[in-house]
Design a protein around this ligand. Structure first.
Ligand code: DLL
Length: 435
């Protein structure tokens, strides 16, 4: 058995977990009904009373909550505690509409730290680790979430936040960081910059990477592991539910254990709202069981994933969710075909001569959707001769066509010309939505 932080919870039997979740759900529902007018009105309208919820099996009787509900109650309307018990505010990223504001009591922060510490420990980190946190600090939950979790575990935290990449690399070498936390796109950027600075990965002490906040694929994991010489692990979360650490993958690397004693996942059909059970892709929905400041009942994440109760070789009994493959609202429909940006990343990772740095531009000419993909050629393969580039363009076009089932105009660009992201990468411009 590998190391763990909270043996009792992480290895709890399914029956015990069912009992714990049931007890917590019953009191959580009672609390939101009594303290949050929004929930009381919604439950009254649906004809569900707290007394109808007797165990976790009754979860499906409760109405969903959405991001729009948080926006409609901006900023603190869904808080279930008085403001003098709220000790921290964060806000969800998102570039359109009002920010989604979330709050935490001191107990919420402790539970959050503990969840993150479980994830770190599960992959070999401990109090002797030096953890460089290169997620953004601020309203975004990434920086402070990883920071508090690592500190709670007793590790030494180096809070570099994002930016000044060359300095980050120098500090990583000088301080001997053993764990790196950032977005997967920033991890690749750090690796590329290191290469440009002439620093070999053998000069690093890094062993573990804890990457999340945006979808990334298995081939991308292999690439980052190779680039930085580490084990790369996936951490998932969203501000509304807590922040990073709602789930994290173990050494099996085939799914993220959800800390179910605090967050109950369900998978629904996004069109009908029906719970579609385990092992099928759908929209991930979470119910918080212990959150004090901002409890959320059946919150629709819009993330596409699936859950599995199959036993895990690491021994943890907590349900696993698949690496989120995209968002129901990020899915593009191009000429009638469903396209997830992550499919493009997978296709590009199979072509050695290009980097998985791309920009997808979707537009419409008359009634016809057009798709252009700008792709960076890798530095080793950037040929000045036109014939070499033509052949490569053809190869990439073929790969994209066979992966997406759609033809795209491929535009190869010089290495390092597409904008790099320090936080979440923005890879799609849908001009059709701009009209
Ligand atoms: O991104 C929290 C976080 C910070 C998670 C650092 C992991 C590491 P938000 O800004 O509210 O919170 O964005 C949440 O990001 O609904 C997913 O769409 C996406 N996301 C987060 N982690 C992953 C992941 C943070 N590991 C939204 N894989 C979520 C895929 C992820 N998508």
């Amino acid at each position: 058995m590998n190391k763990c932080w909270n043996e009792k919870i992480e290895f709890m039997s399914r029956d015990e977990m069912h009992a714990l979740q049931s007890e917590r759900l019953v009191s959580q529902v009672k609390r939101v009904y009594e303290n949050v007018p929004f929930y009381r009105a919604k439950m009254d309208k649906e004809g569900v009373l707290p007394g109808d919820i007797k165990s976790i099996d009754d979860l499906g009787k409760l109405p969903f909550t959405t991001k729009q509900d948080l926006r409609d109650n901006y900023p603190f309307g869904l808080f279930a505690t008085p403001m003098d018990e709220v000790v921290r505010i964060h806000a969800s990223s998102g570039t359109t509409g009002k920010q989604t504001v979330v709050g935490y009591t001191a107990k919420d922060l402790e539970i959050w730290s503990e969840c993150v510490a479980r994830g770190f420990t599960m992959n070999g980190a401990d109090s002797s680790s030096i953890v460089q946190v290169s997620y953004g600090y601020g309203l975004f939950t990434g920086g402070l979430g990883a920071h508090y979790g690592a500190e709670y575990m007793g590790a030494t935290v180096v809070p570099t936040s994002v930016g000044n990449t060359a300095r980050q690399i120098q500090l990583m070498v000088d301080f001997g960081a053993t764990v790196l936390c950032c977005t997967p796109s920033y991890a690749t950027y750090l690796g590329e910059t290191m290469r440009d600075m002439g620093i070999d990965k053998s000069q690093l002490k890094l062993k573990l990477g804890v990457f999340g906040a945006e979808p990334w694929t298995e081939p991308m994991r292999d690439r980052i592991e190779e680039l930085l010489g580490i084990e790369a692990h996936d951490i998932y979360g969203l501000s509304e539910i807590m922040g990073p650490g709602v789930s994290m993958d173990c050494r099996e690397k085939n799914g993220l254990h959800v800390w179910e004693d605090h967050f109950v996942p369900e998978i629904i059909n996004p069109d009908t709202g029906e719970n579609i059970g385990a092992d099928v892709n759908g929209e991930l929905v979470f119910t918080t069981l212990t959150k004090e400041a901002l409890p959320l009942i059946r919150y629709r994440t819009r993330d596409v994933s699936r859950i599995s109760y199959k036993p895990c070789s690491c021994g943890r009994t907590a349900v696993k969710m698949a690496k989120p493959s995209g968002r129901t609202d990020d899915m593009l429909i191009i000429r009638g075909v469903n396209v997830f940006p992550s499919q493009i990343e997978s296709a590009l990772l199979e072509v050695e001569e290009v980097e998985p740095n791309y920009l997808l531009i979707v537009d419409r000419e008359d009634t016809h959707d057009t798709m252009e993909i700008q792709i960076e050629v890798s530095p080793e393969n950037f040929a000045d001769n036109v014939r070499g580039l033509e052949a490569l363009t053809k190869k990439v076009s073929g790969k994209i066509q066979s992966t997406l089932g759609l033809a795209a105009k491929i535009h190869l660009v010089e290495p390092k010309t597409l904008q790099r992201s320090e936080g979440k990468a923005a890879r799609v411009i849908d001009k059709r939505k701009l009209y």
